[in-house]
Design a protein around this ligand. Structure first.
Ligand code: SF4
Length: 282
């Protein structure tokens, strides 16, 4: 069993929860307020094998995958905390976008998802659950074994060489191979494949980047979520200005790609995308 060791509060209402697992390792869960509910961003591993250049978790050595019980425990402890401190029990959504690559821990997240959807339990619908992947092809090939939940692919560049620079996993599983698999996934009427696009100033924010993105995904029923890079101490990457983010969005809109800008949340407590890094084993 794990214990909830610390909760940090952002000025925007986001909370970051630190859990200590029974073997001493730690993971973090983020609760993001959405209207009167919360989206819970769950972790799936202690550390991560994939070492994406922009991500603090990737700089933390991989220790192990979480068990399904530890995954469910993150939800239940966050639920109790919200009930006690915020007087709400409402969770809008679950996203597997915390520490680790969820599809590299397939059986455990599958058990967790089935638990979250139990009709005599938490009762989440499949569209309330999203799994995000950096492009772990063996897991993506098994994705349809899961209930019909949402899939988000961390893309960040549609140019192979550029993507490999910031996501070493792309050298083993190039993005074209991923697209070849996901293009056949069945989608419900209002369901889209999500492509997460971390926008980094002077790296992936030019017309050429937009054109490659269009070429890669134009035939897919998809949505691009632009996430302005969240800086942290020591990073070489630069966050674009709001104007630059809007300009890149307009490039995609003109190419008729469905596009959203994802607001950065919890930045002041290092809870935003790519900023999770739990203390090492003690
Ligand atoms: S972005 Fe995801 S896959 Fe990449 S290092 Fe971070 S946790 Fe791992």
């Amino acid at each position: 069993m794990s214990s909830l060791e610390k909760v940090q509060h952002s000025i925007d209402g986001t909370m970051k929860m630190l859990y200590r697992l029974s073997d001493g390792h730690c993971v973090e869960t983020v609760a993001l307020p959405f209207r009167k509910k919360y989206t819970l961003c769950l972790s799936s591993q202690v550390g991560c094998r994939f070492n994406c250049a922009f991500c603090l978790t990737g700089k933390q050595q991989f220790q192990r995958s979480l068990t399904s019980t530890e995954i469910i425990d993150q939800y239940l402890r966050a639920w109790h905390y919200l009930l006690e401190h915020k007087k709400t029990i409402a969770t809008a959504n679950i996203v597997f976008m915390g520490q680790g690559e969820p599809l590299d821990n397939f059986e455990a997240i599958k058990e967790g998802i089935i638990y979250f959807m139990q009709t005599d339990g938490i009762k989440l619908g499949p569209r309330q659950i999203t799994v995000s992947t950096a492009g772990y092809l063996p897991g993506i090939k098994r994705f349809l074994e899961l209930p019909p939940i949402n899939l988000a692919i961390s893309l960040h560049s549609a140019i192979n060489e550029k993507r490999s620079q910031i996501m070493p996993i792309n050298k083993k599983y190039p993005i074209g191979d991923i697209i070849d698999v996901v293009k056949n996934f069945p989608l419900a009427k209002k369901q889209y494949l999500a492509f997460e696009y971390l926008l980094i100033k002077n790296f992936n924010d030019q017309m050429d980047d937009a054109n490659h993105l269009f070429t890669l995904i134009r035939e897919l029923k998809s949505i691009v979520n632009i996430i302005p890079f969240n800086p942290y101490k020591g990073t070489e990457f630069i966050r674009p200005t709001q104007t630059e983010v809007e300009q890149f969005k307009q490039l995609l809109v003109r190419l008729r790609l469905r596009t959203m800008i994802r607001a950065s949340r919890g930045h002041d407590i290092m809870a935003a995308c790519g900023q999770l890094r739990s203390p090492s084993h003690q």
